[in-house]
Design a protein around this ligand. Sequence first.
Ligand SMILES: [Zn+2]
Length: 188
Amino acid sequence: MVRTAINLVRLQTPLRAVKTCAECGVVKSVDKFHLHPNCCQGVEPMCKLCRRKKAKTWSASNPGKQAEYAARYRDRHPEYKERENARRRALTEENPGRYSEVSKARYYKNKAEYFARNVIRRGIVKQQTPRWADMKAIAAFYAACPPGYHVDHVIPLRGKTVNGLHVLENLQYLPAHENMRKHNRLTD
Ligand SMILES: [Zn+2]
């Protein structure tokens, strides 16, 4: 409904399809502004570029706020998660391989961070490996992991309530996507 109203406003003002940005003062065509039903010409006073810059400075000076608001939104809209999942699933089906490309790009960009995390991870694994652990059996278990599965610790090495051991008895195969969802939570 709102959109139709905005389109009507645009149709009625074809000669003034430009607007001066209240922030940078540059005259731009109205499609360089975000839509806003209550503002002059149906678009926001500041251009998209300025809006983005403002949002960036805001989130820089309010660390954690954005995540907090997002979490609050998710709490208030339980249907959001399902909708978002469906949207992502559709995107992946439409363009298979895109997400692996995205995560590959992210990996190369944050390589140092990944390495640091791996070092910590290795330390944790070492700490949680008792002297009696059968390393050969563990290695064989990892080697036999079927494609599409991850080796998972039934009791997480760094669980919220208890720390699991890196021993054969605590290992299981889990479909990769389920494992990534599990994090350090104990399921059932
Ligand atoms: Zn601007």
